[in-house]
Design a protein around this ligand. Structure first.
Ligand code: KIV
Length: 273
């Protein structure tokens, strides 16, 4: 069977309005991160609703200890690769640290570059109340923006740790409502206790996408390398590993090394006569 092509009448690509319209539906929205062609096409074929080119790539792809060193050019590089692989899902690209915090004008210019140079459908920025002017400027320029509140990895130095559950209900609700009122089409809730995430989800008219925020959110997102068990040594309570690809890849690699060393590979079946 040939792969469905973008814009083919048989596939119905996920758009920003369609994604936003899934608010409150019984069937939850599914989002996974991807950074390359192979995983992006796999998740798209599996039927995920949206693919986030997360700045988590700084940690899981580049091996850095935070997301803060990731650059705009790196996000555009990975975003363009992912968009080329995807036929149906909505692709959202993270705006990296200091690519939007300086001013709304800086944010509009850089979000414009991301959408123009990658072909992605939307960008994501971290912040609620403090980013109201920026979200408003992006929305006014028709640059669809997803917000991200709760644990904000780009603010790790202020928040005091990557895994700190955020519990200030009034501040979290104010952030989420500010982002919605300013024009965000959806919002990520990261590391928020279930009752608070549930209350925010009930109050908002845009979809909430949870990571460590419990089951009442309108959808869920996980870092794909964590979900597939590729990363090691990171086991927050919210993370469910659906596979152990680290173990499978390790087993395959050690067998390959052994077979080459023992002259078992290549055998006749893998040799041109
Ligand atoms: O960068 C990222 O992968 C994210 C998700 C954790 C939501 O922002």
């Amino acid at each position: 069977m040939s792969e469905p092509k973008k814009n083919s009448p048989t596939v119905s690509p996920m758009s920003v309005p369609k994604f936003a319209a899934c608010k409150g539906r019984e069937q939850k929205l599914t989002v996974l991160t991807a950074y390359d062609f192979v995983f992006a096409s796999l998740f798209d074929q599996a039927g995920v609703d949206a693919i986030l080119v997360g700045d988590s790539l700084g940690m899981v792809v580049q091996g850095k200890s935070t997301t803060m060193p990731v650059t705009l050019d790196q996000m555009i590089y990975h975003g363009e690769i992912v968009v080329r692989a995807v036929h149906r899902a909505l692709v959202i690209v993270d705006m990296p640290f200091m690519s939007y915090q300086v001013s709304p004008t800086q944010a509009v210019e850089n979000a414009g570059r991301i959408l123009k140079e990658t072909g992605a459908g939307a960008v994501k920025i971290e912040g609620g109340v403090q980013q109201v002017d920026t979200i408003r400027a992006l929305a006014a320029a028709d640059l669809p923006v997803m917000a991200h509140v709760g644990m904000r990895p780009q603010s790790v130095k202020k928040l005091g740790g990557m895994s700190k559950v955020q519990r200030d209900e009034a501040a979290l609700l104010a952030d989420a409502q500010a982002a919605e009122e300013a024009g965000a089409f959806a919002i990520v809730l990261e590391l928020i206790p279930r009752p608070i995430a549930s209350a925010i989800t009930k109050k908002l008219t845009i979809p909430t996408i949870g990571i460590g925020a419990g089951p009442e959110c309108d959808g869920q997102v996980l870092v794909s390398y964590d979900m597939l068990g590729l990363t090691q040594g990171f086991q927050p309570k919210f993370l469910k590993r659906y596979a152990d690809l680290h173990a499978s890849a390790m087993e395959a690699t050690t067998r390959y090394i052994e077979e080459v060393r023992n002259s078992q590979f290549p055998d006749a079946a893998h040799t041109h006569e």
